[in-house]
Write a protein that binds this ligand. Structure first.
Ligand code: BV8
Length: 235
C-alpha cells in the first residue's frame, strides 16, 4: 500500500474495461472476436486495403452501437475529478483513453485525449480533413469538404501511429500520479506508459477487474469492477 501526499498532476489511462459496464464489448473479454475475425486482423490498413467493406461494416456496426450506450459511474466519477481537481489541488487531470467511444465526454469529462482516434469521426484520405460522423461509411459517402468518396474511420489501426504521443509522454513526465483503468496492457505504446512513468519516478496505480499484463509495474493494484473501484478511488 503506497501512502502518497496529494498528487498535483494526474494522468489517467483508460481502456475498454471502463466502458464494459456500459455494455460496450471489450476486445479480449469476448475472445476479441468479431464475425470470426480477430480484431488485430480487421483493425489494420492491410485489412482495409484487402477488404474495405468488411472493415467498414465492422466500424459501422460499432459506431452505431456506442450511440445506444450511456456513460457509467466510473465515467462520471472521472469527470467529477477532471472538473474539480484544479480547485481541490491546483493541478491538472488528463484522461488519455485508448477507447474510441465518446462516453468520457458524455460523462462530462473535459480533458480527454483519444490516442487511438474516435468512432464518431471520419477522416478523408483525400483532403486530410476530419468530420464528426454518426452514420455509416459502407456506402462511401462524399467528403463534406472535397466531395471525394475517400472517407475512412478516424481510428488508429494496428501498425499505425497513435495520436499525440509527444503530448502524452510530456504529460506523463509532468505527472505526480499515473492511473491505469480497465486495460489489459496488451497493446503498445499505451501499455508501455506505466514503465515510462515508473522510470520517471511517478507514482503508479492500477484499477482493473483482474491483474493486467503490466501489473508488476504498478506501485499499487486495486481489483474490482470500474463502477465500484473508480468512484471509491475518486472520493
Ligand atoms: C504502433 C483502435 C508504432 C481500433 C486499437 C510486439 C510488441 C510490442 C508492440 C507490438 C508488437 N507487435 C506489434 C506491435 C505494435 C502494436 C501492438 O501493440 N500489438 C499488440 C497486439 C501486440 N501496436 C500498434 O500497432 C500501435 N501502433 O505501435 O505504432 C509506434 C510505437 C510507439 C510510438 C509511436 C508509434 C497502434 C495500436 C492501436 C490499435 N488500435 N484501437 C479499434 O478500437 O477498433 S487497440 C484496442 O485494443 C484498444 O484501443 C486498446 O488500446 C487495445 C487494448 O484493449 P483494452 O482497452 O486493454 O481492452 P482489452 O479488452 O484488451 O482489456 C480490457 C481490460 O478491462 C481487461 O484487463 C479486463 O480485465 C478489464 N475489465 C473488463 N471489464 C471490466 C474491466 N475492468 C474494470 N471493470 C470492468 N467492469
Amino acid at each position: 500500500m503506497v501512502v502518497m501526499s496529494t498528487p498535483r498532476n494526474i494522468v489517467i489511462l483508460t481502456g475498454a474495461g471502463i466502458s464494459a459496464e456500459s455494455g460496450i464489448d471489450t476486445f479480449r473479454g469476448g475472445g476479441g472476436l468479431w464475425e470470426q475475425h480477430r480484431v488485430e486482423d480487421v483493425a489494420t490498413p492491410e485489412a482495409f486495403a484487402r477488404d474495405p467493406n468488411l472493415v467498414l461494416r465492422f466500424y459501422d456496426m460499432r459506431r452505431e452501437a456506442i450511440q445506444t450506450k450511456e456513460p457509467n459511474a466510473a465515467h462520471y466519477a472521472l469527470a467529477r475529478l477532471d472538473r474539480e481537481w484544479a480547485k481541490r489541488a491546483g493541478g491538472e487531470v488528463l484522461i488519455v483513453t485508448q477507447n474510441v467511444d465518446d462516453l468520457h465526454e458524455r460523462g462530462g469529462a473535459l480533458n480527454v485525449l483519444h490516442m487511438h482516434g474516435e468512432h464518431l469521426k471520419a477522416w478523408c484520405t483525400s483532403c486530410d480533413r476530419r468530420h464528426r460522423w454518426t452514420g455509416p461509411l459502407l456506402h462511401r459517402p462524399e467528403c463534406p469538404t472535397c466531395g471525394m468518396q475517400a472517407l475512412r474511420p478516424d481510428v488508429v489501426w494496428f501498425g499505425e501511429v497513435p495520436y499525440r504521443m509527444d503530448e502524452i509522454y510530456r504529460a506523463v513526465s509532468e505527472a505526480d500520479l499515473f492511473v491505469s483503468i480497465g486495460t489489459s496492457g496488451a497493446v503498445y505504446p499505451a501499455a508501455g506508459l506505466v514503465r515510462t512513468a515508473r522510470d520517471l519516478g511517478v507514482q503508479t496505480l492500477e484499477l482493473n477487474l483482474e491483474r493486467s499484463q503490466g501489473s508488476a509495474w504498478f506501485h499499487e493494484t486495486r481489483l474490482g469492477a470500474a463502477t465500484e473501484i473508480v468512484p471509491a478511488w475518486v472520493e
